[in-house]
Design a binder for this molecule. Structure first.
Ligand code: B4P
Length: 198
């Protein structure tokens, strides 16, 4: 089993690249943003609670997202590996993920960190807001708050995995295909090392 974290600020292209990567590598895609939006659309109590935070550009409480990921891991016990998109987003979430994977006798293989400038992030998200219907995309103040949350809480996730030398920075500006090629080259390299040492 080979597990990947696709990491980066809001709008860095995690969702866009995940769709291509899961097809290429046969991984199970776990996006906490998508899971939360499904809960909101179904108007579950969890979704209603999460919406309050998401509409303000804030992170949803750790226990909510950790519970969701734990359920999703159990529901996909036969997967070849997981692609985590938008999770973990805090140090507590990374520690919880490490424990959950250890129980399944696996671990994170690589953290691919997309690098995109703040002005490009704002431009992309405002642009998506024109058509996505996402309430967190159509207000620049909320978008800037999401980026500030990333610097306050989420960059610590990279520090956590850097301790284990698992973080690789990937330029996230350019065409979707160019970025996909850079990500794939790194995954191929890491996967072959993973198989060689098994
Ligand atoms: P997410 O759903 O994770 O989404 P995101 O950070 O907004 O975007 P992503 O990086 O996936 O960007 P995308 O590919 O779509 O989070 C939403 C909210 O959910 C969070 O703010 C938080 O409140 C909550 N949440 C989620 N997970 C959580 C967790 N673990 N803990 C707590 N709270 C959590 O790309 C964006 C746009 O850029 C698209 O329009 C795309 O077409 C465009 N784009 C992509 N690549 C491009 C390229 N190369 N060039 C130009 N445009 C590009």
């Amino acid at each position: 089993m080979f597990n990947i974290i696709l990491f980066g600020p809001p709008g860095s292209g995690k969702g866009t690249q995940s769709e291509k990567l899961i097809l290429q590598y046969g991984l199970k895609h776990l996006s906490t943003g998508d899971l939360l939006r499904t809960e909101i659309a179904s108007q579950t109590p969890l979704g209603l609670e999460a919406k309050n935070f998401m509409d303000k550009g804030q992170l949803v409480p750790d226990e909510v997202v950790i519970g969701m990921i734990s359920t999703a891991l159990d529901a996909n016990s036969k997967a070849n590996g997981f692609l985590f998109d938008g999770f973990p987003r805090t140090k507590a979430q990374s520690e919880a993920l490490d424990k959950l994977l250890k129980l399944k006798q696996t671990e994170i293989g690589v953290v691919l960190s997309l690098q995109v400038s703040e002005e490009e992030l704002v431009k992309r998200l405002l642009n998506r807001g024109l058509t996505s219907g996402r309430t967190d995309d159509n207000n620049e103040e909320v978008i800037r708050e999401r980026i500030a949350e990333y610097h306050r809480k989420t960059s610590a996730v990279a520090d956590h995995y850097q301790t284990f030398e698992k973080v690789v920075a990937i330029p996230g500006e350019g065409s979707v295909d160019e970025i996909f090629e850079s990500l794939s080259a790194e995954i191929d390299h890491r996967m072959s090392a993973h198989t060689t040492f098994r």
